[in-house]
Design a protein around this ligand. Structure first.
Ligand code: BG6
Length: 471
């Protein structure tokens, strides 16, 4: 639809940005923090650093929040490191960890910035992993125990909660993210069992949140990308339906409706991935209802029908770029889309499509919790950091979000990735996403000085005009 009149962004729209604890904080073993699966990874991608210091936000959060306030942030989405609160995943609470996030939340509130808290962003406590991680139903109880402590300590100030960041990516690409236990014997079968446990854990936590904090709102935070068929061939359309179900709707149907998506379920049956569901699990899923859907969007995906000959994996690079599943769908590079420096297709219109589809299916308010462009930014001789490519990416996505709002989608916030430079999941410190440059290199920490980028000033203007001025 080509709108002649575009609706404005809602008043009180949550303009902000996101980070995650392990990618930004550093201080990986300070003040009683326990190790997470990320800290204990056997190796990191070649030529990339670990997360021990990251952007040193743990020690510099006041300076960072002041810069966010200067940009005019209305919201900041960050994650709490489970291992700062429970160094062993469960058991004794670490008071220093409680204090850190309490101080961070107070600092945000001081500037009128709404804290939006992700409870778990990839960094499962290593102590839980050694006991089977998400394969062990005990981890469900540990997550609920952890959530209760967060609600008790921060529920007076935090109104917006996100349960699990990108559960779908942890299940489908855990190896690349470093969240998959490398010793799993039958990873594919086991992963969908873990997925089931995460769904139950999420549902229980949503329920506890509603019971204990009636004013709070809580939702899931998957990565959602609408899947296109490579052509109008019916076989390709079926393949796209398959992948949409397995990658996207499986997770949201369970979170919102408390049921397994039928196409995804038939995929489990076909492949031998059917999870064990214990008595009462489905009732738990059905009882819990999210208040909104948060999702991360970077790119769309395109697939064609499977050749079934073992050559369905298609694409280059890492993470999600190589996709395909024998007999189900085959990855296809979309010739209509440009790619970023890392091979990710750039698709702002796909963002509008995805927003419309999510809202049509679930009829819940939506907040975008990640969207952004990774790039090799650098400091110019005059000390500035120019990132017009990032401005271009964000501008085009914001335009499409506004069109989706005009289409009728209820969007209440936009928190792109990332507020400040942090360590990328796949390409270390050199791949940057932030509005604020952190002056460090992969292996040389330098002084970790903060430098507002060109996009910082641009976004400040976007926020101050409530999205009217995108130029
Ligand atoms: C999302 C994650 O998948 O993508 C973030 O939630 C991550 O943690 C982001 O950093 C971008 O991915 P990458 O690999 O470029 O850091």
């Amino acid at each position: 639809m080509k709108h002649l009149i575009v609706k404005p962004f809602p008043k009180d729209f949550f303009w902000g940005a996101s980070t995650s604890a392990y990618q930004v904080e550093g201080a990986w073993n300070e003040d009683g923090k326990g190790p997470s699966v990320i800290d204990m990874r056997e190796k990191y991608p070649e030529g990339t650093t670990d997360y021990k210091v990251a952007s040193d936000h743990y020690h510099r959060y006041q300076e960072d929040v002041a810069l966010m306030a200067e940009m005019g942030f209305k919201a900041y989405r960050f994650s709490i490191a489970w291992t700062r609160i429970f160094p062993n995943g469960t058991g004794d609470v670490n008071i220093k960890g409680i204090e850190f996030y309490s101080n961070l939340i107070d600092e945000l509130i001081k500037y009128g910035i709404e804290p939006i808290v992700t409870m778990y962003h990839f960094d499962l406590p290593y102590a839980l992993q050694t006991r089977g991680g998400w394969s062990n139903r005990g981890t469900i109880d540990a997550f609920v125990e952890y959530a209760k402590v967060l609600f008790e300590n921060y529920g007076d100030r935090v109104k917006y909660w996100l349960t699990i960041n990108e559960q779908n990516m942890m299940i489908m690409h855990g190896k690349a993210l470093g969240t998959l236990d490398p010793n799993l014997e039958d990873p594919d079968r086991e992963l969908y069992q873990q997925n089931h446990h995460m769904l139950v854990a999420q549902a229980r936590v949503m329920d506890v949140c509603h019971q204990t904090l009636p004013q709070a709102k809580i939702g899931p935070a998957p990565n959602i990308s609408y899947i296109y068929p490579a052509s109008s061939k019916p076989e390709d359309v079926l393949a796209a339906q398959n992948f949409n179900a397995i990658r996207n709707w499986l997770y949201l149907d369970a979170a919102v409706y408390g049921r397994y998506n039928k196409t995804a379920w038939s995929f489990f049956e076909e492949k031998g991935y059917v999870p064990v569901i214990e008595a009462g699990d489905m009732e738990i899923l059905q009882k819990a209802k999210p208040d909104f859907i948060a999702f991360n969007y970077y790119t769309s995906k395109t697939v064609e029908s499977s050749t079934g000959d073992g050559n369905d994996k298609n694409g280059t690079g890492d993470q999600e770029i190589v996709i395909g599943e024998s007999g189900v769908y085959k990855g296809h590079s979309n010739p209509n889309l440009p790619k970023n420096e890392f091979g990710w297709e750039i698709d702002p219109i796909g963002f509008r499509t995805t927003l419309r589809e999510v809202y049509d299916r679930y009829q819940l308010p939506v907040i975008i919790t990640e969207n952004g462009l990774g790039a090799f930014d650098k400091v110019e001789e005059d000390g500035s950091v120019r990132d017009p490519y990032r401005i271009d990416y964000l501008k085009k996505h914001i335009e499409q979000m506004q069109l989706a709002i005009t289409d009728g989608v209820e969007v209440f916030g936009y928190c792109p990735w990332s507020a400040i430079d942090l360590i990328s999941t796949h390409q270390g410190a050199k791949k940057r996403y932030g509005f604020i440059f952190v002056d460090r290199e992969e292996y040389d920490l330098k002084e970790l000085k903060r430098i507002p980028k060109q996009s910082f000033y641009w976004y400040k203007d976007v926020i101050s005009t409530n999205g009217e001025n995108l130029s």
